[in-house]
Write a protein that binds this ligand. Structure first.
Ligand code: GLN
Length: 496
C-alpha cells in the first residue's frame, strides 16, 4: 500500500515556489454570491459562508464535485443540503465551494482533482485536510464562516494547521442530508471560523440548530431523543451558560502522550493545562486504554464504508462515463473498470481496495469485526471517564473478557470523572507542504491519531489555536461527552 509507485505522479510535479502562490482553496465561486432567501421574520444579520464541495448546493453556478474527476463540474445537484437551507435561513450568503481531499479522504487537502490546497504563509505549511479549502478561506478572512465535514478529524486538523476554530458536533445533531457520504457511521458536518461566537450562536443560540430534527436524514436524532438528551444536560442547551472554568475538571488522557508527539506540542499542551489550573480548573490524569487501537480501527471502518458508498459511481448510475470504453452488455465490466479507473484518484482507489478487502469473506472476521469491537471499547473508555452519562447508552460495566487479547488494561488511576478531555489536535505542528508531498500516503494517517477516537465514539470535539513557542500553527482539542456541545463551546471560548 505504501509503495512509492502508487503515488499520484500529478502530485510530484506540483511546484510550490513562492512566486506561484498555489492557494487553490476555492473550486467554484458563483457568478454572484448566493443571498439568503427573503425572510418573513425581521431580516437576520447576514454573514458570508464558504461550503466544502462535498455538500450539495443547487445554484447552476455551484456544482458539487467532491474534488473528484468522477463528478462533473457541469452537473448541478437537484437538492440543497439541509444544512445549507438552514444556514441561508439564518442569513448565510454563499460565496463559493471549497477544495478538499477527494470525497473527504485525506489529511492535507492534496488529493484533489483540482490540485492541492496550500497556505500563503512563509513556512508554506499544509492547510490540513480534508476541509483544507474551507479552513484557508476562513483563515484568510475571505469568509466569516465555512462548512466542512469531519469523519475522522477533517475539520479539526485543518483548523489546527491554519490557526482557527474547528468544531465537530455530536454525531446525529446536524443533518447530513445532501452531504455526499464518505463513511456514514462517522460523517458529521463541521464548522470553521476565527471566533467561537458565530458557531455558538448557530448551534445553541435562539434558533439553535441543535433543536432541528431532519426527517430526510435517518441518523438525525428525533425530537423526543433531542429533548431527552437536553434534559439530561440540565438546561445547558440554549441558556447561554457563562463558561466558567472554575471548578471544572479536565482530563489529560495519558495515552495521548505518545512517543511521536513533537516536544513543542507536549510543552504547549502542558502550558495550556497550567493556565486552566491557574484559572481554577482541576487537571486530572485519565486513562483511555483503547486509544492506541483507535487509529487502526478507524482505518478499517472508514474505508470499508467508503468502498460501499462509492460503488454507485460506475458510469451507469452515477459518475462521468468513460465514453471510450465499450458499453455493450458483455463489456459492462470494462465500462465500470475504465470509468472508475479514470475517475477516481489514487487515494480513493487505495481506500476502495482496503475497504473491499476488509469486508471480503476471508478477511471480515479478522479486520472489520475486530475494528467494530475496538470501536465499542473506545466508546466505553470515554463513558468511563466522563462525569456525565452518555444519554444514548446505558452505563456499562467494564468486563476484562471484552478486551481483545492484545489490549492491556492500564487503569491504575481509576475512573476520574471529568467534564472535558484536553489534548493536542495533532501530534505535530503544521508540517511543510514539501514534506507532506514527499511522505508515503499511509504515513499521513498518523496525523489523525488524536482526532479519530472522538469520531469513533460520536462525541463533540473542538480544536482551538494552541499557543506554541515555535513558529507554526497547532491546535488544542477539547472533547466532551455526547450532546454536551453547548458547554463544550462555552468552555472552549473561555479557554481560548
Ligand atoms: N484524514 C481522515 C481520512 O482520511 C479523516 C477524513 C475526514 O474526516 N473526512 O479518513
Amino acid at each position: 500500500l505504501s509503495r512509492p509507485g502508487l503515488r499520484s505522479p500529478r502530485l510530484r510535479n506540483v511546484s510550490l515556489s513562492p512566486q506561484r502562490r498555489l492557494l487553490n482553496h476555492f473550486i467554484t465561486h458563483p457568478a454572484e454570491p448566493i443571498p439568503p432567501p427573503p425572510s418573513s421574520s425581521p431580516s437576520p444579520k447576514t454573514f458570508t459562508l464558504a461550503v466544502k464541495d462535498n455538500i450539495a448546493t443547487t445554484s447552476p453556478t455551484l456544482p458539487t464535485t467532491c474534488a473528484s474527476a468522477i463528478l462533473s463540474k457541469s452537473y448541478t445537484s437537484p437538492i440543497e443540503a439541509t444544512i445549507i437551507t438552514q444556514l441561508r435561513a439564518r442569513g448565510a450568503v454563499i460565496t463559493g465551494k471549497t477544495n478538499l481531499d477527494e470525497f473527504g479522504m485525506g489529511s492535507h487537502s492534496i488529493y484533489s482533482h483540482y490540485g492541492p490546497v496550500s497556505q500563503d504563509n512563509p513556512l508554506q505549511t499544509s492547510a490540513g485536510g480534508s476541509s483544507g479549502g474551507s479552513a484557508v478561506a476562513v483563515a484568510n478572512g475571505e469568509v466569516e464562516l465555512a462548512l466542512g465535514t469531519d469523519t475522522g478529524g477533517s475539520v479539526r486538523l485543518p483548523a489546527a494547521y491554519t490557526g482557527i476554530i474547528g468544531y465537530k458536533p455530536s454525531y446525529g445533531m446536524i443533518s447530513r442530508y445532501g452531504v455526499i457520504p464518505y463513511a456514514n457511521s462517522l460523517d458529521t458536518v463541521g464548522f470553521l471560523s476565527r471566533e467561537i461566537s458565530p458557531i455558538k450562536e448557530l448551534i445553541v443560540g435562539e434558533r439553535g440548530l441543535w433543536k432541528e430534527h431532519d426527517s430526510n436524514d435517518p441518523t438525525s436524532l428525533t425530537e423526543p431523543a433531542r429533548k431527552r438528551c437536553a434534559a439530561q444536560r440540565k438546561g445547558y442547551h440554549g441558556q447561554g451558560h457563562a463558561g466558567e472554568l472554575k471548578g471544572l475538571k479536565f482530563g489529560i488522557p495519558l495515552e495521548y502522550n505518545i512517543a511521536e508527539l513533537d516536544p513543542q506540542i507536549r510543552d504547549a499542551w502542558a502550558a495550556a493545562a497550567k493556565r486552566l489550573q491557574d484559572a481554577g480548573a482541576r487537571i486530572v490524569p485519565v486513562s483511555l486504554p483503547t486509544t492506541k487501537h483507535a487509529l487502526a480501527a478507524y482505518y478499517i471502518i472508514a474505508p470499508a464504508e467508503a468502498s460501499s458508498n462509492l460503488a454507485k459511481y460506475d458510469g451507469i448510475r452515477y459518475g462521468v462515463r468513460d465514453t471510450h470504453a465499450s458499453s455493450d452488455a458483455a463489456a459492462g465490466g470494462v465500462l465500470y473498470a475504465s470509468t472508475r479507473g479514470k475517475g477516481f484518484g489514487e487515494e480513493v482507489k487505495r481506500r476502495i481496495l482496503l475497504g473491499s478487502y476488509t469486508l471480503s469473506s476471508e478477511a471480515m472476521n479478522n479486520y472489520f469485526i475486530k475494528a467494530q469491537r475496538v470501536r465499542r471499547l473506545v466508546r466505553r473508555d470515554f463513558n468511563r471517564v466522563f462525569a456525565l452519562d452518555n444519554p444514548l447508552q446505558e452505563r456499562e460495566t467494564f468486563e476484562l473478557s471484552d478486551l481483545p487479547e492484545e489490549v492491556e488494561m492500564e487503569d491504575k488511576w481509576g475512573p476520574e470523572e471529568v467534564d472535558f478531555l484536553l489534548c493536542p489536535t495533532a501530534p505535530t505542528l503544521a508540517p511543510k507542504m514539501k514534506e507532506v508531498m514527499e511522505q508515503q500516503p499511509v504515513d499521513a494517517y498518523m496525523n489523525d491519531v488524536f482526532t479519530v477516537p472522538a469520531s469513533l465514539a460520536g462525541l463533540p470535539a473542538i480544536s482551538i489555536p494552541m499557543r506554541v513557542t515555535a513558529e507554526g500553527a497547532a491546535g488544542l482539542q477539547l472533547i466532551g461527552q455526547y450532546w454536551d456541545d453547548a458547554r463544550l463551546l462555552d468552555v472552549a471560548d473561555a479557554v481560548g
